[in-house]
Design a protein around this ligand. Structure first.
Ligand code: KG4
Ligand code: ZN
Length: 340
């Protein structure tokens, strides 16, 4: 095949992700996660994550090559997450990518973590309709982006959270409900047994004078904490499923309303949702409902490709190769605050 074989390395947070793609075909998506080591702290501990990446890197690359049935020497390009993310964690991936690129004498491509959360959908649903609006919701980010062309021109950020990311809100609320870390999956599960209209939690950043595409989730988290504390002080049981469902509705209501409005105002008929929170079943259902009503075509990758992985990095790397982008130099820095 004349499609480029690309190895992608992702280490921005707690997953060591190694993906191998040929063009837009996914050949391997190997992951080693240190999530269990962070669980007792209720959040990712950067130093622990960096060390885990270091231990997992070479074995995970080997596993990905084995799964794909290719040799390292067959790789045409190496792509790596250059940021944003945890500085120490990113450094491990960037150092490994440079070592492989140098040893194999193949080009290196530093990619943006947020863009790759969008690009990964190519592997599942084929070429993206461009331009499109992307709702990017993860543990570290919540933003609405205008995507002119994957691997082409820069993305434009129409709005972002002014405080907590959506995933961060899930993780914090899960903690105060006594649910395990990361909090998204258990809240998603328990919320199915609750009433999402049980408690009217605030919809952040939806006032008449608030920026149209900005988000705020920290007030919501505080409102949930106050509500739960009041119940506990009164000696009453906390209806965990109702709290989870009502909290979740407050998050996904605002996310979907603003993303649909962004697509309408930008005159764009296509939307894509990416990032770990895009795995959420209620977000997926409500987004579909609202996109259908607005005549917008929605694409969301399967849950396993929404959370951090190496396939997304390889997918974006392959687009850069296809578009003839200039490779990064071997001086490529890891940039924890890399903008979109
Ligand atoms: O994209 P990701 O794997 O890592 C970052 O780049 O942050 O996102 C992780 C976040 C965590 O906050 C986790 O709680 C959330 O995604 N998450 C979910 C679900 N699965 C993962 N949130 C809501 N519902 C889910 N099913
Ligand atoms: Zn991510």
């Amino acid at each position: 095949s004349d499609q480029p074989l690309v190895l992608g390395i992702e280490t921005s947070c707690d997953e060591t992700g190694i993906g191998i793609v040929r063009g837009t075909t996914l050949l391997a998506d190997a992951i080693a996660s240190s999530v269990d080591e962070h669980a007792r702290f209720g959040g990712v501990v950067p130093e622990v994550a960096s060390r885990a990446h270091l231990h997992a890197m070479v074995p995970t690359i080997r596993r990905a090559l084995d799964t794909a049935g290719v040799a390292a020497a067959d790789v045409d390009a190496v792509a790596v997450t250059a940021g944003p993310g945890l500085a120490g964690a990113l450094l491990v991936g960037v150092a490994a990518a440079k070592a492989y690129a140098l040893a194999l004498d193949k080009p290196l491509y530093g990619v943006n973590h947020l863009s790759s959360h969008v690009a990964v959908d190519l592997l599942e649903h084929g070429p993206l309709e461009e331009p499109c609006v992307a709702l990017l919701v993860s543990g570290g980010h919540s933003s609405v982006l205008l995507v002119p062309r994957i691997g082409g021109e820069e993305l434009t950020e129409l709005g972002a959270t002014v405080d907590d990311a959506a995933g961060e809100a899930y993780d914090k609320v899960a903690r105060l409900l006594g649910l395990p870390f990361p909090g998204g999956p258990p809240i998603d599960r328990i919320a199915r047994e609750g009433d999402r209209d049980a408690i009217a939690f605030p919809r952040g950043m939806t006032g008449a004078h608030d920026p149209a595409f900005a988000f705020s989730f920290s007030g919501l988290k505080t409102a949930v904490a106050r509500w739960v504390e009041a119940r506990q002080r009164a000696g009453e049981a906390v209806p965990v499923a109702d709290v989870a469902a009502s909290f979740q509705e407050a998050v996904v209501d605002v996310l979907t309303a603003k993303a649909v409005r962004a697509a309408r105002e930008a005159g764009v008929g296509h939307m894509i949702i990416g990032g770990g929170v895009a795995a959420n079943t209620r977000l997926r259902a409500l987004a579909q409902e609202r996109c259908d009503a607005a005549g917008i075509r929605l694409r969301v990758p399967r849950p396993g490709l929404c959370t951090d992985n190496g396939a997304m990095v390889a997918a974006l790397g392959a687009q850069l190769v296809a578009h003839g982008a200039t490779p990064s130099s071997l001086e490529l820095p890891a940039d924890s605050a890399l903008p979109v």
